[in-house]
Design a protein. Structure first.
Length: 483
């Protein structure tokens, strides 16, 4: 009977093909570091315009970007050169990604020439091929200069248009945490963070677990998901679950952000001989739900790694954020110089209107504790429009863009008479001084007009009669022959 049974083989599930591409000097250094650390079942590629830097890399697969354009000499910190170099090498990039690639990580240090300019082009090629594309990028240290930071912001904005998801890591956050490290150790820390991010996501897919998370789970969480945050924490002992998730949420990878507002969260538990318990999984998931402050879709996997012994490692990927949700990523409005040399913002000019009260007797008395006034987050208006129906000084006053001087005299009594002091709280001292000056001129004119009218003798007198004190509209002392 047994011989009559049909024997057949189940089709083997094909492993996802995952590639990690380092672009430019910073991205290549990070991928070199990942290669030495080892990430299971992942192919590494480095792309650079600098031939000398490429030759130093231990990565077998390399692409020299823009050979004709740069001659192997690099992009000279110019993102436009990096972009043109990547476009020149489009065919080579396409060929490398053709080989059944399902997911690609593009890592770059933003702010330079090649990484900033070429990474968005490589991402665009991958996305057009239907590959799940994840960007892992760094924002420069503050000591690298303002120009490099501005290049980084533009590069991140361009990259965000061509990836499914992007992790942004601020090197300045690392400096705040590890500022006493030597410079080579500091850059190595940045590489460690990039490695942790790529390894954490990739091995969720490539390492089989007790409760398995496969490529489609990751696609569900990361496809067209905007900005992502990823972190991990490890702890041992009685409270290891609580301590591990707390460490994960305090990670430099989170870039001072939190998981509030996340739409999807992928969780991976890795434990050793002391296997994770159901109660520990419950502690972590309930903690995350509480922090997320909304209904969030959670997918979790469980992996066993005996090398961890008593330790429990928790890795989380939270997705669905906008760039503005990341505190350290501040979009700056580019400014241009006009023919006269003054700075003009490309944004629409903001005008704030202040209605002055001409009659001090009708002003509302306002008690102000100036020591407790906090600076508002709202933008300072570019112009102030002064409106007074009885004044010739109406019009718009442009705000001076000069630095604030700390010793500017301020007339608090005048502010009190103005009634609405909210707009003044948002101004610099020089801006407040200009408003007070205009108000003072109007008040002086008002007082002068009142004095002129008060100097004229009144035609009304008070007379005493049998009926008592009465008003007499004929003043006998005026020369109108009233007697």
């Amino acid at each position: 009977m047994a011989e009559d049974l049909m024997n057949f083989d189940l089709p083997q599930r094909k492993a996802a093909s995952i590639k990690v591409i380092g672009v430019g000097g910073g991205g290549s250094n990070a991928v070199n570091h990942m290669y030495q650390q080892g990430i299971k079942d992942v192919e590494f590629i480095v792309c650079n315009t600098d031939l000398q830097d490429l030759q130093k890399s231990p990565i077998p697969t390399k692409i020299q970007l823009g050979d004709d354009l740069t001659g192997g000499r690099g992009a000279g910190s110019n993102p436009e050169v990096g972009e043109r170099a990547a476009k020149e090498s489009t065919a080579q990039i396409h060929t490398l990604l053709e080989d059944d690639t399902q997911m690609v990580f593009i890592t770059a240090g933003m702010g330079g020439g090649t990484g900033t300019g070429a990474a968005p082009i490589i991402a665009e090629i991958a996305k057009e091929m239907g590959i799940l594309t994840v960007g892992i990028v760094t924002i420069p240290f503050s000591f690298e200069g303002k120009m490099r930071y501005q290049h980084a912001i533009r590069g991140i904005e361009a990259l965000s248009q061509n990836v499914d998801s992007m992790l942004i890591i601020n090197n300045e956050t690392l400096r705040e945490k590890y500022g006493n490290l030597k410079i080579t150790e500091a850059f190595s820390k940045a590489d460690d963070i990039l490695t942790t991010a790529a390894k954490g996501i990739a091995e969720i897919i490539t390492v089989n677990g007790i409760v398995n998370v496969d490529f489609e789970d990751v696609r569900t969480v990361m496809h067209d998901s905007g900005v992502s945050i990823m972190s991990s924490g490890t702890s041992s002992g009685e409270n290891r679950a609580y301590e591990a998730i707390e460490e994960a949420l305090d990670s430099p990878l989170l870039n001072k952000a939190d998981i509030r507002g996340a739409k999807n969260i992928l969780l991976n538990f890795t434990s050793g001989e002391n296997e994770v318990t159901m109660d520990e999984i419950s502690i972590v998931t309930h903690y995350i739900i509480q922090k997320a402050e909304r209904d969030v879709n959670i997918i979790f996997g469980i992996v066993k790694d005996n090398s961890l012994q008593d330790e429990l490692s928790v890795t989380l990927i939270a997705t669905g954020f906008e760039i503005e949700n990341i505190p350290d990523f501040k979009q700056t409005v580019p400014k241009k110089v006009n023919e006269l040399g003054s700075i003009q913002s490309s944004a629409e000019t903001k005008v704030h209107t202040i209605q002055f009260n001409d009659d001090p007797s009708k002003a509302q008395q306002t008690a102000i504790n100036w020591d407790s006034v906090q600076q508002s987050n709202e933008q300072v208006p570019d112009k102030i429009r002064l409106i007074n129906p009885n004044s010739q000084f109406n019009g718009e006053t442009s705000i001076c863009d000069e630095p604030e001087k700390p010793t500017v005299a301020f007339d608090y009594e005048q502010v009190r008479k103005m009634g609405d002091i909210t707009p003044l709280e948002k101004m610099t001292a020089l801006q407040r001084k200009e408003v007070i000056k205009q108000q003072s001129l109007q008040q002086d004119k008002h007082i002068q007009q009142n004095q002129e009218s008060n100097d004229a003798p009144s035609r009304i007198t008070l007379d005493e009669s049998s009926k008592g004190i009465v008003l007499n509209d004929k003043n006998r002392y005026l020369n109108h022959n009233v007697d």
